[in-house]
Design a protein around this ligand. Sequence first.
Ligand SMILES: [Zn+2]
Length: 430
Amino acid sequence: MKNFFILLAMKLLYLALKILGKNGGNFLGKIAYDWNPNIFQYFKINCPIIAVTATNGKTMTNNAIGHVFKIAGKKVISNIEGNNMETGILSTILKHCTLTGKVRADFVVFEVDESYVPVIFKDLRLDTLVILNFFRDQLDRNGEVETLILRLHTFLKNYTGNLVLNNDDPNVARLGQSNPQNPNVYYFSVEAYDYATHEMKEAGEGKFCPFCNTRIEYEYYQYSHIGKFQCPNCNYGNNEIYKLATNINLKNRTFSILDDTYQIQTSSIYTIYNFVAVISCVSLYSIQTEIIQKALSNFSLNNGRLEELTINNIPTILNLAKNPTGANVSLRILNEDEAKKELLFVLNDNLADGLDVSWIWDINFDELNNITRIITAGKRAYDMAIRIKTAGYPINNIQSYLDLRSSSRNSLSNQCQKIRHCKLYCFTTN
Ligand SMILES: [Zn+2]
């Protein structure tokens, strides 16, 4: 009865919010969770629940999975705005359930913060869990990566649903062995792309085998510690691959799986991994290849994650990065582009994404290709400028502004418009 009243109150509150033209974010979930932390038990969701977790790429992968299902004509409920902790997930469910807690849909798809998977799915039956990668991220909130992986490992010990894992991340692939009784483990992998290397170019985790502590050997690195690896001692990493992406062509924005070619809207190795995860996941629900191809060919996020836009006739790429790997992936895209470019790097230390900005020292600024000027901006603009200068970039080509508005005006006018074909890359933290 208590839950019924909580739901009734939340429904009325949501109605009031809607009248005020507000969506509420995770507000409803926050109140309901404070009222009853076991409220997840009350919901009756009679369709498959799919969750995506990772350090980077959750939002894109989650939204692309939902998009494919929608193109296939399915009814999907999803937290597409990215509220991915327990209160955010709860808000999404509250907005879509009946007063008796019933949720009617064909699929429920959630992106979930890595540390909240065990909390949320203690009481909700999870059908498929997709895990993309683990990197160091916001140390002040998440703690060490290893603690996070062990927490998921404990959760997965009794899990028998589908588990879709990135076989090219040693931190992720190991979770396929958390429950040896689970026959539903699916690994995906991506063949080496043109800029793959034999050495790790950026800081990364997972240098040692989690099972026998031997140093892991890599055939190639795609970015950070993501790549084809194997333990020379116990063969860890040598899994049967469910979906393997081949013929990676970032220029044409295409890749293949067996004989099927997929056209996508982005040109980053990092997003290819997200899309292979999407294909692996939706294939488990018998979605036809033609539908997936069609859906991915017109999928774009437009929320500041590798968003492409034109500002004052200048091609601009906007990307949000919250950790070294995210920033390094952004720099890779920039370096793989031979055109002359300017870089606007905005660094803040707002509460939402961490007060500690020491992670910028793990960004690889050593090899910057054809960057004519770098503008740093935001509350920590000077920290960023020092970091870039230390990497050897000429100080005379760096400008810093604490005020974001004056920085973007400067980067978009003056020099940038004088250089033909100059592109602007804007990287922001929050
Ligand atoms: Zn080993």
